[in-house]
Design a protein. Structure first.
Length: 246
């Protein structure tokens, strides 16, 4: 369900070019080895940097959401925890928060082990974009006095489709997450793409309803952005999936 902005991803560092100093390469003794060591350090640090970026994105979304609360009807300008909880808006925010968090989890699993530039770029974009949107959902709920949602609750009642949380449309099962974490190479890429396409389809279904039925303009706008961005991502992911093949 955030509209994840796409950014230019730097190509992976080429670790194959590590010929000894003096072989087709000039420079003082030790020069080539020092460069290789720096490359190794950069590659080892990359997953840590990406996780940090994801965490910052969530904090940014939370901060932006704290400034977007809007009064309903004739209410006075709101303060924290005093806004009326609209059923569709609150339900969508709580359910999509959980939905987004699983997408972030799957993206983090694959982004540091895939060797496919397209898969890695989309995993990064999804993790950063959806973590930012999760921050917006979290602040929306806190502004309405809701700081905890039971992970075992019934979800989607707000759209007339009451469902156990584990069966929310598009959600990967525990076994599927274990398999994704264990997979390597093209198998990991295939499984990630299959799961994320299904995951996005479920998010689009919920976002489309919230776009039409949410009470607050901010939530209708956010739902519309999620619906559009995830449909675009589905199109891109399906192209990648076809390129990888079976």
């Amino acid at each position: 369900m955030v509209a994840a902005g796409e950014s230019q991803i730097e190509p992976a560092l080429d670790l194959d070019d590590q010929r000894p100093t003096g072989v087709d390469r000039g420079g003082p003794p030790g020069h080539g080895q020092a460069r290789s060591d720096r490359r190794r350090l950069l590659v080892l640090a990359a997953p840590v940097v990406l996780v940090a970026v994801v965490l910052v994105a969530g904090a940014v979304g939370f901060g932006l959401g704290s400034g977007s609360a809007e009064p309903v009807g004739d209410a006075e300008p709101s303060t924290v925890n005093t806004l009326r909880p609209q059923p569709v808006d609150v339900g969508f925010a709580a359910d999509m928060y959980d939905h987004h968090e699983q997408a972030v989890q799957m993206s983090l699993m694959v982004m540091d082990k895939t060797t496919n530039p397209g898969v890695r770029a989309h995993a990064i974009a999804i993790a950063v974009g959806q973590r930012r949107e999760s921050g917006l959902f979290q602040q929306f709920l806190i502004d309405r006095g809701i700081e905890f949602s039971d992970p075992q609750r019934t979800v989607m009642a707000w759209m007339g489709e009451p469902t156990p949380a584990a069966d929310m449309p598009g959600m990967a099962s525990a076994d599927e997450l274990v398999a994704l974490n264990a997979a390597e190479g093209d198998d990991a890429d295939r499984l990630f793409l299959d799961l994320m396409i299904r995951h996005h389809d479920g998010g689009i279904h919920m976002a489309a309803f919230a776009r039409e039925h949410a009470e607050t303009q901010s939530m209708r706008d956010l739902a519309a952005r999620i619906e559009l961005s995830q449909q675009r991502e589905v199109n891109d992911l399906e192209v990648l999936r076809a390129e990888i093949g079976d």
